[in-house]
Design a binder for this molecule. Structure first.
Ligand code: SF4
Length: 355
């Protein structure tokens, strides 16, 4: 086995993480759910979501049989909802084409919706001991520093070089037994030692050969993304109150918050008191404007204005994409994080009492 892999595995046995809820299993489904939830999300945030999700959907069949809304409801608050939609879609594909069995090799796993090369490799390494390299954000940072590689890791050329290094460093001997330990060790080192800020170089097992440490370049690697200011957008949500219920609309998919339940999104127009939804005409009286809420997406910033309205009259047709619910019931649905925040912050007593 390479010195690099050996060093990391020995370090992981002593200092790595061993009791996360998705460890100690070689069930590819359980590993897959964890790996998807962990993308862009901290371990401590993921744990309760993972436990609830696995309790509700313990295997591919349970997930495939459930409506996608049920899966998204348990995803609500984790963000990046396309991950939840893809998880459900992939479970349906496996139920239909693989007799609800997980594919056996990284190359096949990568064909499933929402699974990239690194995630497929992590699943195959943990579940089957397959010899394949991972390269998630944390691992890119470790390799960029260890080899002193300059260039933003999101750029094709830099990423190709990092993949090459990742493959070169894989354990050679006794691979099957070592792959899970090695993969976990890389993940643990990136998450707990070679962190983005204040890495713990003095207790790092890779320090003797780390180029960034030797050349005092740790703080400048990996090279940051070339910065462009994020564009700003504004929108208005309406909270339409009819007795003790509010209107929610399902967002079209694909699209931002696709498949989630959202407050109706309209332009502000204080003169117009008739609001037309997909199927209803609603006469409503504007009550008050709530303070704006700022939300940042990867590609733009959104300032959300919210207007509270009292429904005076409405037609009663509705579609599957529109629903009137009490606040408590609305909060049980899969809602985008800012919508949940707005509903939790809003004082519904005042306008309701006024009428
Ligand atoms: S020595 Fe420091 S920079 Fe190098 S791999 Fe270890 S923690 Fe990262």
């Amino acid at each position: 086995m390479s010195t690099f892999a050996n060093t990391l595995i020995l370090w992981q046995i002593q200092h790595g993480r061993h009791d996360l809820p998705w460890q100690g299993t070689n069930d590819p489904y359980a590993i897959w759910v964890a790996e998807i939830m962990l993308q862009q999300t901290q371990v401590m945030t993921v744990i309760p979501y993972y436990q609830r999700f696995m309790e509700a959907f313990p295997d591919i069949e349970y997930l495939a049989k459930a409506p996608v809304d049920d899966a998204l409801a348990l995803w609500s608050g984790l963000g990046y909802y396309s991950r939840g939609r893809n998880l459900h879609k992939a479970a349906c594909l496996m139920a239909e084409h693989y007799q609800s069995r997980f594919p056996r090799h990284a190359a096949e796993i990568q064909q499933l919706p929402g699974i990239g090369r690194s995630t497929a490799a992590a699943i195959a390494a943990f579940a089957y001991g397959e010899r394949c390299a991972i390269l998630d954000g944390n691992v890119k940072r470790v390799f960029a520093r260890y080899f002193g590689i300059i260039g933003y890791p999101g750029e094709k050329k830099t990423e190709a070089l990092l993949w090459q290094k990742a493959e070169e460093l894989l354990p050679q001997a006794g691979v099957k037994q070592q792959m899970a330990a090695y993969t976990q060790a890389l993940m643990d080192l990136g998450a707990t030692v070679c962190t983005r800020h204040q890495p713990k170089c003095l207790s790092c097992p890779l320090q003797p050969n780390c180029v960034a440490f030797a050349e005092n370049r740790v703080a400048s690697l990996p090279t940051p993304r070339p910065r462009k200011p994020l564009p700003s957008k504004e929108t208005t949500f309406l909270i339409m109150i009819d007795q003790d219920k509010i209107l929610l609309e399902k967002r079209p998919s694909p699209g931002i918050w696709g498949g989630l339940w959202c407050l109706p999104e309209r332009q502000i127009d204080n003169n117009n008191q008739t609001y037309c939804t997909q199927s209803m005409e609603i006469d409503a009286l504007p009550l008050t404007d709530l303070p704006p809420l700022d939300h940042t997406f990867t590609h733009f910033k959104l300032r959300i204005h919210t207007q509270l309205l009292q429904v005076i009259n409405r037609s009663h047709k509705k579609t599957d994409n529109e629903i009137w619910l009490t606040i408590d019931n609305a909060l049980q649905l899969a809602l985008p994080a800012p919508v949940r925040k707005i509903l939790l912050k809003t004082d519904f007593q005042q306008p309701l009492l006024a009428h």
